[in-house]
Design a protein around this ligand. Structure first.
Ligand code: CP
Length: 313
């Protein structure tokens, strides 16, 4: 049975914790330069419609270090750029490789691709979600704080794909999430409507409202990929949502600052904060590798998957 990962709620809560246990082990093995063969004889394609530094490198390395073979495809270099249909592309790629990791614009198109693909499909970012980012971020928080459920997370800035996946993940794991956005840039309504536990989410437009008791303060770019034509307008609207020393004056001493990167220093965050003692942004980036390895091992080798009999641990 193929197992896709198109949104964070495609995993169960207990599966996420299991993935975290395996991630710890992969992180230790990496330091010893020891790799495994969970993806032995498997080829995985990466089809990217948008640029990437972290996601591409960490997935390519993860596949290699699990004994598999990664094939990177920019959409521009394929017949997709000349109009080949998603259906034909999905069916053909399924004949060549064992899995595909896709970064694209529309979540609906990703889901359509997954419907026609006969191989597992992993969402490496759409305009609606960034589930691999958030899965890895939860691991980083768990690694640093040793708990998840009693924490309070404040996300401040644009209600974008990272924010949507963060909300969905907090709902799944039972973590309090407070989102602070300008009224025009709130999280996606579908995400809010589909919450299993509505009490998990609080929303405000006041940048100071959820700072004092936050364990995690998370921000992201104000201008995501594909929104450059709105840049000037967005910079003006988001100005008072900048994460800077003034905003953080009353924050807890041990809060953690997170950002999925790339950061636009001087826009959503200042140098003092991102380079400061509470910032864990580079640990976040590093953990993309370890945690995605664990996700791949889970999706391709778990009992019940196509690789029956293989132990994914
Ligand atoms: N955070 C993130 O997805 O980074 P990239 O765009 O560099 O992959």
């Amino acid at each position: 049975m193929k197992r896709d990962f198109l949104r964070i709620s495609d995993l169960k809560k207990e599966e996420i914790y299991k993935i975290f246990d395996i991630t710890k082990n992969f992180k230790k093995l990496k330091k010893e330069k020891k790799f495994t063969d969970h993806l032995k004889n498997l080829e995985i394609a990466l089809l990217f419609y948008k640029p990437s530094t972290r996601t591409r490198i960490s997935f390519e390395l993860a596949i290699y270090e699990l004994g598999g073979f990664p094939i990177y495809l920019s959409s521009q270099s394929t017949q997709i750029s000349r109009g080949e249909s998603l259906k034909d592309t999905a069916k053909v790629i399924s004949r060549y490789v064992d899995g595909i990791i896709i970064r694209t614009y529309s979540q609906e198109e990703l889901e359509e691709f997954a419907k026609y693909a006969e191989i597992p499909v992993i969402n490496a970012l759409t305009d609606l979600y960034h589930p691999v980012q958030i899965l890895c971020d939860f691991f980083t928080i768990y690694e640093k704080k040793k708990i998840l459920e009693d924490l309070k997370i404040t996300y401040i800035g644009d209600g974008n794909n990272v924010c949507n996946s963060l909300i969905e993940g907090c709902d799944l794991l039972g973590i309090e999430i407070r989102v602070v956005c300008p009224l025009e840039y709130m999280p996606d309504e579908r995400v809010i409507k589909n919450l299993r536990n509505k009490n998990v989410l609080k929303i405000s437009s006041n940048p100071y409202e959820f700072i004092e008791d936050a364990d995690i303060i998370y921000t992201d770019t104000w201008v995501s990929m594909g929104q450059d034509n709105e840049r000037e307008k967005r910079l003006k609207i988001f100005q008072k949502y900048q994460v800077n020393e003034e905003l953080l004056k009353k924050a807890k001493k041990d809060f953690l600052f997170m950002h999925c990167l790339p950061a636009h220093r001087g826009e959503e965050v200042t140098d003092e904060v991102i380079d400061g003692p509470n910032s864990i942004v580079y640990d976040q980036a590093e953990n993309r590798l370890h945690c995605q390895k664990s996700l791949l091992a889970f999706l391709f080798s778990e009992p019940g998957s196509e690789r029956k009999g293989e132990e994914w641990e």
